[in-house]
Ligand binder design. Structure first.
Ligand SMILES: [Fe+2]
Ligand SMILES: [Fe+2]
Length: 189
């Protein structure tokens, strides 16, 4: 099959109704898509993978099923193994090697994009003026966005091979153009 964004979006929305999950998919897509340009990856393929990484989470919200029980569905739909393997590799509990730039980038953007969204939600200007410094300050507050695994954020940057501040800046910049779609305050005009 031809992996297209449209196809990935159709699969995602066939299994996902939650606005929060759709926004998470869009955020990870934006971050991974921006890195595809930097790392000379196949941007459409990377974006589709990011969109689909949690496509089964609504029906499989626990780690004994997500994402491994979603993989056969993707296979059935005709997605290539390369995409399915990348989707599976974002889950630490499956202990799959993250041996491609796409796998490392997906992992590195997953938790951080959620954290940046959370930072934007508590600021009147959203992520427009959000700096790595204030993101790092929030990372040190365990009660803030407590569901985000701090180790994954730090390890994710390391796996990609970028400095954490630069990674935060890069992902924030990737999310800014879609702030409105993410339910964050969007700059007017
Ligand atoms: Fe996941
Ligand atoms: Fe995710």
């Amino acid at each position: 099959m031809d992996v297209t964004r449209d196809r990935a979006w159709k699969t995602l929305t066939a299994y996902t109704a939650s606005e929060g999950l759709l926004r998470h998919a869009l955020a990870v897509e934006a971050a991974v898509g921006a890195y595809a340009v930097t790392f000379d990856g196949d941007e459409i393929f990377w974006r589709a993978t990011a969109l689909l990484h949690d496509f089964d989470y609504e029906m499989h919200p626990t780690l004994d099923k997500h994402p491994q029980d979603g993989a056969p569905i993707l296979r059935e739909e005709g997605y290539p193994e390369e995409l399915i393997e990348a989707v599976l590799s974002h889950a630490d509990h499956l202990e799959m090697p993250r041996d491609t730039p796409l796998k490392r980038t997906l992992f590195g953007c997953d938790e951080l994009s959620g954290f940046i969204q959370a930072c934007g939600l508590v600021r009147p200007e959203g992520i427009e003026t959000l700096t790595p410094k204030s993101v790092r300050k929030k990372l040190k507050q365990p009660s803030f966005a407590a569901g985000v695994n701090r180790d994954d954020v730090v390890n994710g940057a390391e796996e990609i091979g970028v400095d954490l501040n630069e990674h935060i800046e890069f992902v924030t910049a990737a999310l800014r153009p879609i702030a409105g779609e993410l339910g964050l305050p969007a700059p007017s005009g």
